[in-house]
Ligand binder design. Structure first.
Ligand code: ADP
Length: 372
């Protein structure tokens, strides 16, 4: 049998098709490598892309993803390019592009083939696939971690609630007798001074127990229709004199159309107080405290922002661990944020924190709005 030789045009087309398939195969192999990070995968893809084009020696490639760009060596931007959007979960997250430098147009090098248009679309789809896959993996790992964290918190909650109950009674007696003894006539000055110390220490211990019970949600929660603006307004009344004393500017930005939520007013107040106390402690030399409410879709948010010393990365990881504190004895119990976390979670909400050391911290509490 005599094999028909391909014509010149057919041969070129065939060569291009082989290049295109090799490119897609190369990308599929890169994408399958689990030892590479997403950034490394995108860089490998972009390095490989120019070879699949008709004039590989003058082609440059670039991938944009979420404002981050990855380019082939010596990349030079040009308006003469092929471009395709990277769409992940229906949202445009970036682009894949291949271009020829403008001066090459004169040499008639620089026109793109029909197949190359299809190829760049296929590459963009592949990039979207790997981005989506990696993010799903990360979300799964994060969810798992959150679940473990929640379980740990629940166990600590049950244990500590038991201990707190046991301690409540003897502590009440210590405090009561100390207060009685303080009133005894003719008490030497030293004794009265010591009794005062017992009283202060017992009050501090009582505060820890109150927080522990709150943390374990052993106090009854009474949910009803609440507007977070009212919680903030009530709080402002108490915070303003403290802010003045510390040289802190207190700013409030309340959304006038804030939807109601179904919540326990006292617990919401506790959330605000705990966040504000931390914010004030982080600004010993003054600063600005912003209390804000806003709503987005079916969510209502309470934001507490300070211009304090900020939180370092390693502290950020431990924020919600009960008894974790960076403060001196008597200044902090390490229960403020676990209590906030517990309350917010029991209201089906979420808590977010953003912080920059030396600049400040922003806590955001998001809660489901009541749908009227
Ligand atoms: P406590 O305030 O009793 O230490 P918390 O659970 O409220 O306990 O906070 C834990 C730690 O988180 C604090 O010791 C502090 O290091 C850090 N922190 C919380 N809020 C802020 C803030 N607004 N600015 C700086 N650090 C903060």
């Amino acid at each position: 049998m005599i094999k028909e030789q391909p014509s010149g045009a057919e041969e070129v087309a065939l060569r291009e098709r082989v290049k295109e398939l090799s490119c897609l195969y190369g990308i599929a192999r890169i994408v399958a490598r689990h030892d590479l990070s997403l950034e490394e995968i995108l860089q490998c893809i972009v390095d490989q892309l120019p070879q699949a084009w008709q004039y590989p020696e003058i082609a440059f490639a670039r991938i944009f993803l979420d404002e981050q760009s990855y380019t082939s060596p010596g990349f030079r931007g040009s308006s003469h390019r092929l471009k395709s959007a990277v769409i992940v979960d229906g949202r445009i997250r970036g682009t894949v592009e291949v271009c020829y430098p403008e001066e090459n147009l004169k040499l008639d090098k620089g026109s793109f083939l029909k197949e190359e248009k299809k190829l760049i679309e296929a590459v963009a789809r592949e990039v979207a696939f790997v981005v989506g896959g990696r993010e799903a993996e990360m979300n799964r790992a994060k969810l798992n971690e959150q679940l473990q964290h929640a379980e740990r918190l629940a166990t600590i909650g049950i244990l500590s609630a038991g201990v707190a109950h046991e301690l409540n009674e003897p502590l009440g007696s210590i405090l009561g007798y100390a207060q009685l003894a303080k009133k005894s006539p003719g008490l030497p000055q030293q004794a009265s001074h010591d009794i005062e110390k017992i009283e202060i220490a017992s009050l501090h211990a009582r505060e820890i127990i109150r927080n522990l019970l709150l943390f374990a949600r052993q106090t009854n929660s009474q949910k009803k229709t609440v507007n977070l603006n009212d919680v903030v307004r009530e709080g402002l009344y108490f915070f303003s004199s403290r802010c003045e004393k510390f040289g802190v500017d207190l700013v409030h930005l309340l959304d006038p159309c804030l939807p109601d939520i179904n919540a326990d007013f006292a617990q919401m107040n506790q959330v605000l107080v705990n966040l504000v106390v931390n914010a004030l402690q982080a600004m010993p030399d003054g600063g600005r405290l912003i209390l804000q409410t806003k709503s987005f879709k079916h969510r209502v948010s309470l934001i507490v922002e300070d211009t304090g010393w900020g939180i370092s990365e390693d502290v950020l990881e431990k924020l919600y661990i009960p008894f974790f504190t960076t403060k001196d004895v008597g200044e902090g119990t390490g229960l403020g944020l676990p209590v906030v976390h517990g309350i917010v979670t029991s209201h089906h909400g979420s808590l977010k924190v953003k912080s920059t050391v030396g600049q400040g911290t922003r806590f955001e509490v998001h809660l489901p709005a009541l749908i009227s």
